[in-house]
Structures are given as structure tokens and as C-alpha cells.
Design a protein around this ligand. Structure first.
Ligand code: FPP
Ligand code: MG
Length: 298
């Protein structure tokens, strides 16, 4: 099903008539293609759905190229990132190429689809900026964090689901909520795996979020449970390289306070709500996608 999307993206890249862009594109690992999968599952494999899926995946890829520069991340999907291989300038410029070509194609698909997707990309950009701002110091505000992950991650997944429903002539509302819940839960699981999984499984360094300054929800919840000395220690570790004993301390405290189980249950609740909606809409394949997401370990 996804081959049609891969072919469409390859066609868009070939249309650039630029050997350098083709070569860089070949170095990009495809990833899970979650957004494309959602679009085709909701809207089928007609041309507008395949084009929308290709555009959304290109925008997503562009955003990750920029994100790895912003985050100083040298590993993406288990492989050296484009910024690690060719430097920040190349990663930014290739991101711009993917992003602008995607928009060029988007305007020809359908005005409603273009509006839904472009609105989400504004949110995506604002979300990335908020992520960076929140990372400047320890952030104990869970609402601020939830708002940021909605913007940074859930907005494009929500838009992909809504756009696909519009293409298919389905009622967009349940699909929008499905996408939003899935997107927030996706980021929550990402944040959890950063803490619980070893780097070999993650394909990137473990517990890197906190070192980078990201006070993800498990850290906010832990902070709420700690006494004053514990809070001071946690805040002092924020944004620093964590020694193995620091990592062990954080993990032990999270386990002692049941932070990770509760957090996983929260993400699971969002996914279950999404699955229930899709059961009502008679969409078993979308239920399956949601279930798989909550059960992943990387
Ligand atoms: C990954 O977050 C980043 C995003 C989901 C969004 C990034 C958005 C931008 C850079 C702005 C939009 C730019 C364009 C060109 C459309 P993360 O760092 O938490 O996840 P990671 O661990 O996968 O890096
Ligand atoms: Mg990142």
C-alpha cells in the first residue's frame, strides 16, 4: 500500500532535476510512515490520497531535518543524520527543498486539504519554537508541555487524518480527534521510551531528552512527587550530561513513585478513546494502527 507513496515521493524528487537532491534523498531513511499509512487507510489509494500522503511525509521529513539541526542530534532512525553526514547547512537547505516542493504539490491537490495541512505546519513550527523555549530551563508546567506536544507532533497527525476524511467524503470530526489523540500519545510514548529503552533499541542515545533540556511529562510528574532535596537534585541535573549514577537515580525515583506506569496508562487512555471512535466509524484498520503504536518499543 505504501509503495505508491514511495513512488510518488521519488517522482516529486526526480521532478526537481537536481542530482544533489536525489542523492540526499537516497540517504534519508523512510521511517515508519505513520502519517501516510493513516491517510491511505482512511481515504484509500486513489491519486489525491497518495499525493496527500507523499506531501505530508515530505513535510514531516523536512521538519526532522531541521529538528536534528536544532537539537544537535546526530542519529536519526538508527543511522547518521543528514546534519551529521553533511553538516547543518546541507540539512537545512535540503529540508527547505523538500518542504517547498511539498507545498508546490499541495496547492494543486484540493483547496480544503491545502488549508488543513498548511494550518498544521504553522502549528508545527510554533510547537518546535515552544519546545526550544521550554528547554531553556526546568519546566514544571504540564499544561505548557502538553500544549507544546500537541503543536509539535499531534497537529500534523491530526491534519493528516482530517484531510484524509475530507478526501474520502467522511465526517471529519471523529478522524480529527483520532489523529490528535494518536499524535499526543505518540509523543508521550516517545518520551517514555527515551527513559526506559537502551540506546541500541532506540537508535539514539537513551535519556537524551533531559540532557537536551526537555522536561518531558515523566520528569514533571517525578518533580511533583519528590521532596525538596529531591526536587533540587532533579533540577540540578536538567540540561546536563547524565552520569550512569544520575540516570540510575532518576529511574529508581520514577519507579518508586510509579511515574512510568501511570504515564503509560495516560497515553493508553488516549489511544483507547481513539480506538473506540474508530470502532463506531467501522474502521478496524485504524484501531489496529492505534494499538500497534501503544505497543511499540522504539
Ligand atoms: C521532533 O521532535 C520534531 C518535530 C515533530 C517537529 C519539528 C518541526 C520543525 C523543525 C518546524 C517545521 C519545519 C518545517 C521545515 C516544516 P523531537 O525532537 O521531540 O523528536 P525526535 O526525538 O524524533 O527528534
Ligand atoms: Mg529532535
Amino acid at each position: 500500500m505504501l509503495e505508491a507513496v514511495e513512488r510518488k515521493i521519488a517522482q516529486y524528487i526526480a521532478e526537481l532535476e537536481d542530482p544533489d537532491a536525489v542523492a540526499l534523498y537516497r540517504r534519508l531513511p523512510a521511517g515508519k510512515r505513520l502519517r501516510a499509512r493513516l491517510i491511505l487507510t482512511i481515504a484509500g489509494t486513489g491519486l489525491p490520497a497518495v499525493e496527500t500522503a507523499a506531501v505530508v511525509e515530505m513535510i514531516h521529513a523536512a521538519s526532522l531535518l531541521h529538528d536534528d539541526v536544532i537539537d544537535d542530534a546526530f542519529v536519526r532512525r538508527g543511522e547518521a543524520s543528514i546534519n551529521a553526514l553533511y553538516g547543518n547547512k546541507t540539512a537545512i537547505m535540503f529540508g527547505d527543498v523538500l518542504y517547498s516542493k511539498a507545498f508546490h504539490e499541495l496547492v494543486d491537490i484540493d483547496r480544503r486539504i491545502a488549508r488543513v495541512i498548511s494550518r498544521a505546519v504553522v502549528q508545527l513550527s510554533l510547537g518546535e519554537r515552544r519546545d526550544v523555549l521550554l528547554g531553556e530551563r526546568f519546566n514544571p508546567d504540564r499544561e505548557a508541555y502538553l500544549g507544546m506536544i500537541y503543536q509539535k507532533t499531534a497537529s500534523l497527525i491530526e491534519a493528516a487524518s482530517e484531510a484524509a476524511a475530507l478526501l474520502a467524503g467522511k465526517r471529519p470530526e471523529p478522524y480529527r480527534i483520532y489523529g490528535r489523540n494518536l499524535g499526543i500519545a505518540f509523543q508521550m510514548i516517545d518520551d517514555l521510551l527515551d527513559i526506559t529503552q537502551p540506546s541500541e533499541v532506540l537508535g539514539k542515545p537513551a535519556m537524551h531528552d533531559y540532557e537536551e533540556g526537555k522536561t518531558t511529562l515523566p520528569y514533571i510528574t517525578l518533580y511533583e512527587h519528590l521532596d525538596e532535596a529531591g526536587r533540587a537534585k532533579l533540577v540540578a541535573l536538567h540540561g546536563r550530561r547524565l552520569r550512569p549514577e544520575d540516570q540510575a537515580w532518576i529511574l529508581a525515583k520514577m519507579q518508586a513513585h510509579g511515574v512510568l506506569e501511570r504515564y503509560y496508562a495516560e497515553a493508553r487512555e488516549l489511544v483507547e478513546e481513539a480506538m473506540a471512535l474508530m470502532e463506531q466509524e467501522g474502521e478496524p484498520n485504524l484501531e489496529a494502527i492505534a494499538r500497534k503504536m501503544i505497543e511499540r518499543n522504539y
